[in-house]
Design a protein around this ligand. Structure first.
Ligand SMILES: [Zn+2]
Length: 117
C-alpha cells in the first residue's frame, strides 16, 4: 500500500486493520484513508492482480483441505475437525486482510472533485 503522492507506505497493516486512518466512518466504508506520512486523502479504488491470485490460491487450498476432512474426522474425531476448521478460517481471514492491505492500489482524492460533487 504505497501512497501515490509521497511514495511512502500510506498505512501500516495494524493501522489499516484497527483504525479509521484519519477519515470518518462513512469515508472509511468507501475505502478512503489518509496517508500516515503526508496526510493526503487517498481512495482504495482497486487491487493489483496479485490480490486476485492470492484469493484464488486460498480458495483452491481450502477446497483441497475440505476434500480431506473425512480422513481428519476419522483420525481426530469431531472436536479435532472443528478445531482444525476454526484454525483454517482464522488463518484464511488473516491472509485475506493482509492481501487487502498489501495489494491495494491507492489514488489521491482530488479536492476539486469533492467540491463539484
Ligand atoms: Zn503520502
Amino acid at each position: 500500500m504505497i501512497c501515490p503522492s509521497c511514495h511512502q507506505t500510506a498505512s501500516t497493516w495494524v493501522r489499516n486493520s484497527f483504525s479509521l486512518q484519519g477519515v470518518t466512518l462513512a469515508q472509511s466504508f468507501k475505502g478512503e484513508l489518509k496517508c500516515q506520512n503526508c496526510g493526503v486523502r487517498l481512495r482504495n479504488s482497486k487491487y493489483s492482480k496479485h490480490f486476485w491470485y492470492s484469493l484464488t490460491t486460498m480458495a483452491v487450498f481450502v477446497f483441497l483441505i475440505a476434500l480431506f476432512s473425512d480422513r481428519l474426522y476419522l483420525s481426530f474425531g469431531i472436536l479435532g475437525l472443528a478445531l482444525y476448521w476454526a484454525a483454517l478460517v482464522i488463518l484464511s481471514t488473516l491472509i485475506f486482510v493482509y492481501a487487502v492491505w498489501k495489494y491495494a492500489i491507492l489514488e489521491v482524492v482530488a479536492e476539486d472533485e469533492l467540491v463539484k460533487k
